[in-house]
Design a protein around this ligand. Structure first.
Ligand code: 0GY
Length: 306
């Protein structure tokens, strides 16, 4: 990747002017998966990055939070910033306690650096297994990092493809922290929700009470896509049965996030208002919505307020 900070060709910028969702999130709702990109040059992108995004600043994220009717954010370190967590930490610090962070760290991180991340609001590290996003980190290095962050009460966020889950299972089960899985473990939604691949995922979560799932990214997983521009707001319908099954099976261990500013989407950029309107289709009752959007993320990221 060149050191120049020009956007990757064909990069889709985030959707400016999202619609107001029809669904009103319960008070105190948390967007538990979102990112900041730069802004560059204040926060340059990492030399080892696999893509160069558009800028997406903390203030733009906070404006989206308010527009969508949310109260808090969990800001996940994006791979374009490598292990330089400055932009994410800056956003957490500027949030007035309304954002927590998930960092990327290397084995060389010092205890003082980990404590400084904690003081800024970081509560987890992310291990990424998508080859298009990162170079591989050896499992022993990841295990060592997990062992270092466990005493801080942090968790590990896992991002992997569904097809890779069987060979990663033993490693995941050896991790000493709670685990949070990004984007439902990226199921192939053209397959049956009762099929073998998704069953493997459900069994994995069922087998460990310390595993949480983000029912996020319908726009990334969907084959049917967003609705046509005809006023219809029921979007990404093929993903709904997968998210619904997870929420109804593990109602106390699910989180929801926008994934704004939606890195690496190729076909379309979602209207974040439409994404919020998927929520009542996957969490059909007020009780499930309260757990998904408020109680669960507060327990994981702001336990001192619960
Ligand atoms: C996501 C998904 C993606 C990218 C990243 O850190 C990242 O670069 O997470 C992706 O390309 O699937 O969660 O934002």
């Amino acid at each position: 990747m060149s050191p120049h900070q020009e956007k990757t060709p064909g990069w889709l910028d985030w959707y400016d002017g999202p619609s107001k969702p029809h669904f009103v999130p319960p008070p105190g709702s948390v967007d538990a998966h979102c990112h900041v990109f730069g802004p560059s040059p204040d926060f340059p992108f990492a030399p080892e990055r696999k893509y160069t995004p558009c800028n997406a600043s903390r203030d733009q994220l906070f404006a989206l939070r308010d527009h969508l009717g949310f109260s808090r954010n969990v800001i996940v370190q994006a791979t374009c910033h490598g292990a330089d967590n400055s932009a994410m930490v800056d956003a957490c610090r500027a949030s007035g306690g309304r954002a927590r962070g998930v960092a990327t760290v290397k084995r060389s991180v010092s205890d003082e650096q980990l404590q400084a991340l904690h003081d800024a609001g970081v509560r987890g590290v992310r291990f990424n297994f998508l080859k298009r996003l990162v170079d591989t980190t050896p499992p022993d290095e990841l295990l060592e990092i997990a062992g270092r962050v466990a005493p801080l009460g942090w968790h590990v966020v896992l991002y992997f493809e569904a097809v890779d889950l069987p060979e990663l299972l033993d490693f995941f089960n050896a991790l000493p922290t709670p685990l949070v899985i990004d984007h439902m473990g990226r199921p192939d939604v053209t397959q049956s929700v009762d099929g073998r691949a998704f069953e493997t995922f459900i069994d994995f979560v069922d087998g460990n009470p310390n595993i949480w799932t983000k029912v996020s990214c319908p726009e990334r997983l969907s084959e049917t896509g967003p609705p046509a521009l005809d006023g219809e707001r029921s979007a990404y319908r093929d993903v709904v049965p997968f998210a619904k099954r997870i929420i109804e099976t593990f109602p106390d261990r699910v989180l929801w996030g926008t994934d704004w500013p939606h890195p690496n989407l190729k076909s379309h950029m979602p209207d974040d208002g439409l994404l919020v309107d998927v929520i009542p289709h996957i969490a059909a009752t007020a009780e499930l919505q309260q757990k998904l959007l408020v109680d669960n993320p507060m327990r994981l990221y702001w336990p001192e307020e619960c």
